[in-house]
Design a protein around this ligand. Sequence first.
Ligand code: HBI
Ligand code: FE
Length: 290
Amino acid sequence: MITKALKNRYADAPRAADFTIDQAWETYSTAEHDRWDRLFRRQREVTKGRACQTVLDAMAALELSASGIPDMEKLSDRLEAVTGWRIVPVAALVPDEIFFDHLANRRFPAGAFIRPEAEFDYLQEPDIFHDIFGHVPMLASPVFADFMEAYGKGGRRAMKLGQLHSLARLYWYTVEFGLIREAGGLRIYGAGILSSPNETVFALEDDSPNRIGFDLARIMSTKYIIDDFQQSYFVIDSFEALLDTCYQDFANVYAEMKERPDFEAHEVVPGDEVITRGTLAYFKARQAGR
Ligand code: HBI
Ligand code: FE
């Protein structure tokens, strides 16, 4: 469709076997650089006091700023010096096995396109703002960098065990929509929240969603919503704790989950460490309004 082509000018870019493309940084227009700056300035404001300290520190260390769309090569040089990760340009979502292989080798595939003005506030697929503003700061945390590499290696194993959906849920409720406890209260580390102005506020301050203590098997049994705010957020105590739970062999966890039913995204279940229990009214109203 023409909008698809307009939206993503990299859709037909020549790509390598690993789905990487040339970012061709010099081809970004002034309008695209300006859009990055407006997205960045807005998110930098709304994440103050809401993003976790690791993210705020990394933003400064990586010199992320409102000075146009970053050149992934240059940004990768700064990131690699800290945790060995590089950011590789891709045109869109890549096949799972390619994605996992990049992560297992400390390469984060980042969309090279920037969202069109019409999708300034929200878009479904990851654009350069979601991937760089949302995901890259956490890759500057040595512990989280280890977690993401372990996730990549776990992904390939999960595919062999037919458990990709379980691992995708772990990714979703941590890497994309995770919250962490800090001395000052709950803070955000999930990229899907960090790159979304409305969800940055909703995830911490609205009384509609549940906020539940992290539990690996519970999360991998829980469905998630892809086109609206989350109905439950899971909270870790530290990135070390997250890494530790993921260093075990998941085969036993998958076996434990086999006979258990999946949970709906809004459910609170026995054994949950309920930090805040939500109300469904908000979500029902939004669904009704669709
Ligand atoms: N590809 N470029 C890109 N970015 C992602 O975040 C991504 C992907 N492919 C698959 C995927 N994410 C998810 O299905 C993972 O949970 C595997
Ligand atoms: Fe993402």
